[in-house]
Design a protein around this ligand. Sequence first.
Ligand code: KG4
Ligand code: ZN
Length: 333
Amino acid sequence: MNRPLVLAIETSCDETAVALLRSPREILASEIASQIEIHRQYGGVVPEVASRNHLPRIRPIIESALKRSGCSLAEIDCIAATRGPGLLTSLLVGYSAGKGLAIGLRKPFIGVNHLEGHLLSPFLQGADRPCPSVGLIVSGGHTMLVRVFGIGSYRLLGRTFDDAAGEAFDKVGKLLGLPYPGGPEIDRLAKEGDRRKFDLPRSMLNSGDYNFSFSGLKTAVRYLLPKLEGDFHADLCASFQEAVIDVLVRKTIRAANQTGVNLVTVSGGVSANSRLRSTMRQATAAAGLDLKMASPALSTDNAAMIAYVALERYLLGYRSDIREDADPNLKLL
Ligand code: KG4
Ligand code: ZN
């Protein structure tokens, strides 16, 4: 049986990542070179610095992924790279490397939407192909609820009007003086805290739609901070995290119930959050819904999810026009 092999490159933000995936979903390599230590000193990702640091990493990481996979370039059936959305100067490094490889090897090229990568990542480790479901994408740049009908067939149910969920975690982390990115730090500290200690706003919980807003919550934390004394960090992290998760979980369950699907997926960096995972598990079970999430390692940015979208699209006969440019504002829908 012919089992197509995809090599995918992801450089939309500050991780340089390369993966090799063999059909149906065998991850032969998934390498990630993180720049977090570099950007931590600035308290966030500096685009120019990110792009400059992708450059020296891209070729070695392609080589190490190939080596780990035990495959040669000649065996690859399709080259894929993230086309957007993301930081343009970062995208250009991986996207150009991917195009160059495809042209040099005379192989098909597929430009992948980073958000579709996240959206379909929960299907990368299971046995089912993408099927009718409601998908919650929660990352550093996006928060959206999507009705999934099948590969490439999506409808937007709702999105955030201001901050993304991950952005709210990172901004509150910064207010508390935690290292960048705040998300994993808050997750860790919240385990020791009291979730009911501070009563923080659940914006748009009953707005009657599937949209979100997190900037008011961040502002509430900012105004609360000067009034607090002693060691309040763990309690504040736990209370803030609970406010975010409460809205995410309840709106997702409502969307699944109202659209009549019985599968919920959760993806994107924030879906690595331990409390979101356990709360979503409980809530879906109580509502009689199935739940799929990528493992925490495949929830944050990686190239395996890009390879997976490319593989599914390759099997459907889809090919990108090599003349297409990277697009920092590429839309999923
Ligand atoms: O998907 P991702 O790696 O990159 C984007 O496409 O944005 O998401 C990064 C975001 C960051 O805001 C980070 O703080 C958040 O995901 N994050 C978490 C956790 N791990 C990563 N947020 C909460 N809890 C976590 N454990
Ligand atoms: Zn991402």
